[in-house]
Structure formats: C-alpha cells, structure tokens
Design a protein around this ligand. Structure first.
Ligand SMILES: [Mn+2]
Length: 334
C-alpha cells in the first residue's frame, strides 16, 4: 500500500507559508525527514520554517551546518512569531503527548494540518493523515513524497533522508530493513548522500561524557525473568557525574537487547523536568507499542517509549511487573 500524495500536492498548490515540526526529543528520522521535506517545499518556491519543541541534539548538527534550518520553539520563536504560517506539517508522530509544549499551539492552529508518519499509535490531531505504519521510517515516506511531487533529490535532501532511514533501522540491522530500504539507500547515494561521512557524523563523534554514561549504564544493567528481560537506569545524577547531556542517552537502550537470551530490554531515564522516560525494545513476541500504550505511551512493535510520572524506582517495579505479566501471563504476580 502506498500513500496518495494528492492532498499534499493540493496544499502546496494553494498555500505559500509552511511550518514543519516533529516530536519531542527528536531523533535521526525526525530531523532527517524535516531536512528532506523542507528541501522539497523550498524547491516548490515555498516559505518554510522548521520549528521544533526540543533543541537539536549536537549529534545531528551536521544536518543543519549553517544553523539556519532548525528553530527552537519556546526560546527562539513563540506562537506570535509563527502567526503567518498557513499550513503545518507534522513529521514522525501521531500523538498529542509527542508534541510537548507545542501541543497547545498545534491544537489552536487555524490552517490545514498534515501528519506524515509511520507510528501505530494515533490520536485525533485534526489533521490529514498521510501514514503507512509498515514503513521503516518517516524518511522513506518523505522520499515517496519527493518522487510523487517530482522534487529533486539534492545532496542535502538525500543526506537528510538517508540519515532518517539509517537511524530508524538501526543502521540497516533491524527487522524493518527490507530490500526496498536498500534500494532507497542506493538511490540516495546516487543523489549525493555520502554514507561513510554520515556514519562518521552519527557514530564517531561521541563525547567523553556520552562514553562514560554508556559505561555507567552498562555497569548498572540488571536482568529479570531468568535473563529474558534486561534493564538499566539513568538518573540525573548519572548525567552530572559523567558530564553527559540528556540527549546522550539516545540508543543506549540497544545494549539491553544485545545481551544473549534477552527478549525485552528497558531503559529508564530520569527526566530533567520530572518523571521518567522508559524506552522498550523487543526481540521476540512482545508488542512494545501495546505495552507502552497501557501507560499512555506508544511506538512500534519492536520499539516503543512512554513517559511516566513519579520516581524512577517505583517506575522500574511497575514496568517490570507489566513485562512479566505480558511474557508469562499465567504466572502469579510477584
Ligand atoms: Mn520514525
């Protein structure tokens, strides 16, 4: 099944000033898709602002080398500064809670709203949904839009989209990596995306803080259910001690499922503004989106997340109980 891009083409035909945004704590798919879509819209002669609720993690600064694309909502720009926007395009999310402090603004947005996304979880955002939940990344959908709308795959657009697809497939390792994924990558390389350079930018620019945080996270890793579950925690104190920044925790959940025999991995991260973010990964039958959904979160079958109120230790217990229940429903609650 592929998306009918006519609604987007119609909006481009009839409007000039576009706002593009994505979810809190943006990842490579979120930011890379924004680069791709902003490029497409600008080729069509549109005035485009890309405004995000979270600052851009330093890891992704290569996507915006002149620091002219990504703007930060709440500091650099507020709702007043965006009053001339006619259309908003929301990438890589379909849930209000993923919009953070921008949710109120998006709710009140007077013009057409479009969502381009691949997540299963879905709220009524009052938007035109251009979705494909089987897609490996939002970036692959944006590539589809570029093709359908006869846009140019410039090196800049190709770099954004390759980053998007690479990060949401775990650099082409996860089960969502299909033959079509690699065909798309071939096309993006032909268009000027330098795959070696993108890899170096993403994976070989660790700070000492991130590497030390990685060490702390591994040191504190625990198992449960006889080794079928692995989990770790990152507290605010861990960040201070290691000199890491909150964004440095990206991907560290992958270590939990890298342990032999583990089917479900969890990483609990104490949030600077209170509460705990829990990332879930599954390498078996467990549906992470469903489990996270029980607590108001969402995502995909193999990878999901949820933000929980309350202290970290309580939340570890609460999530472990839910995972045990999901993996061994017949077992009496411990
Ligand atoms: Mn995504």
């Amino acid at each position: 099944m592929s998306i009918d891009w006519t609604p987007l083409a119609d909006l481009i035909e009839t409007h000039d000033r576009f706002l593009v945004t994505t979810h809190i704590r943006p990842d490579g798919d979120a930011l890379g898709s924004e680069v791709g879509l902003a490029g497409l819209l600008r080729q069509k002669g549109k005035d485009v602002r890309v405004v995000n609720v979270s600052p851009t993690p330093p890891r992704y600064d290569f996507l915006d080398p002149d620091r002219t694309l990504f703007e930060h909502f709440g500091t650099a720009v507020g709702p007043e500064g965006l009053s001339d926007r006619e259309v908003v395009i929301i990438l890589d999310l379909s849930a209000w809670n993923q919009l953070g402090d921008m949710a109120g603004y998006i709710r009140g947005f007077p013009g057409p709203k479009v969502v381009i996304d691949h997540h299963v979880s879905e709220d009524d955002l009052g938007a035109i949904f251009l979705k494909e939940t089987t897609a490996e990344a939002t970036g692959i959908l944006v590539l589809g839009a570029v093709r359908a709308l006869k846009g140019q795959l410039t090196p800049e657009v190709a770099t954004g989209l390759l980053t998007a697809i690479a990060m949401d497939t775990g650099w082409f390792r996860h089960s969502n990596t299909a033959a079509g994924t690699l065909r798309a990558v071939a096309e993006l390389i032909e268009a000027g995306a330098a795959i070696d350079e993108i890899y170096r930018q993403l994976f070989e620019r660790n700070t000492m803080g991130r590497l030390k945080l990685m060490g702390e996270t591994l040191r504190g890793m625990r198992t449960d259910l006889g080794g079928r579950v692995a989990y770790a925690t990152i507290t605010r104190d861990d960040l201070t001690r290691t000199g890491a920044i909150p964004q440095d925790s990206e991907d560290l959940v992958d270590f939990t499922v890298s342990l032999r025999g583990v089917e479900v991995g969890l990483l609990f991260i104490e949030q600077v503004r209170g509460g705990v973010k829990c990332s879930l990964r599954a390498r078996g039958g467990l549906d992470c989106a469903k489990l996270a959904g029980q607590f108001g979160g969402g995502g995909h079958r193999a990878a999901a997340g949820v933000t929980l109120p309350g202290p970290i230790t309580e939340n570890v217990d609460r999530m472990l109980r839910a995972v045990r229940q999901a993996l061994e429903p017949d077992r009496s609650p411990a």
